[in-house]
Design a protein around this ligand. Structure first.
Ligand SMILES: Cc1cc2nc3c(=O)[nH]c(=O)nc-3n(C[C@H](O)[C@H](O)[C@H](O)COP(=O)(O)O)c2cc1C
Length: 203
């Protein structure tokens, strides 16, 4: 086992995952936020550290597409707004969870702005701590998740090579039963991490 991999596994065992949740719902007590809170409670009980950023309460402009971050400033965005907080958390995070109401078959615009702005730092190999992604969606109808799933798979699974380790897609008002399921699944997040990392015999 490489020493870098051994250190990562040791850190995960000792401290759990560092999880960043970007909540894209503007409703402070809406369905998405209830699920985010249940996720955070379960994950924290399971030994993980969870930071929640309510992006709708932040000042986060859309990407300008100037490419300054790529061509000039080595990952530093020219826009100085609340995205700086997310950049700092993202650099430390082992898991990124995107939480959003479904708006017109995808993420809310506020969350999309934050996702687009990760362009400054989120490229293959540039976020060595980040290994996993998850998604929590709330919607009015069933079967309206293809847009967000497509974005998650193409951007985070295929491009950034993250494991998708948590997915909850819930239509209509969230129930206590669903919140209990989310807590339980978030609590168990650690298990697959250890199994997956330890399954290789390259010791
Ligand atoms: C602007 C807007 C667009 C929406 N678009 C969709 C949609 O395309 N499909 C759907 O099933 N629900 C849609 N909804 C309903 C929300 O996804 C649903 O009410 C969700 O539970 C809201 O989550 P929240 O309680 O976290 O705000 C839309 C709601 C709004 C306000």
């Amino acid at each position: 086992m490489t020493s870098e991999k051994a250190i990562l596994i040791k850190n995960l065992e000792m401290h759990g995952l560092k999880i960043l949740v970007l909540n894209g719902s503007p409703r402070p007590n809406g369905n998405t936020k209830k699920m985010v809170n249940a996720f955070a409670e379960g994950a924290r009980t399971g030994g993980h550290q969870v930071d929640i950023v309510d992006v709708c309460r932040k000042r986060i402009a859309g990407c300008l597409g100037c490419d300054h971050c790529q061509k000039v400033s080595e990952g530093v965005c020219v826009q100085r707004d609340d995205m700086q907080e997310i950049y700092d958390l993202l650099k430390e995070a082992n898991m990124l969870v995107l939480a959003s109401p479904v708006y017109y078959h995808s993420f809310s615009g506020q969350l999309k702005c934050a996702i687009d702005r990760t362009y400054a730092i989120a490229h293959p190999g540039k976020l060595p701590n980040l290994k996993k992604a998850g998604m929590i969606l709330s919607s009015g109808d069933d079967d309206v998740y293809e847009g967000a799933i497509y974005e998650l798979n193409r951007n985070f699974k295929e491009f950034l090579k993250l494991d998708i380790d948590f997915m909850k897609l819930v239509a209509k008002d969230v129930t206590e039963e669903t919140l209990a399921e989310i807590k339980e699944e978030a609590f168990r997040l650690k298990e697959p991490v250890e199994k997956k990392e330890e399954s290789g015999n390259d010791n």
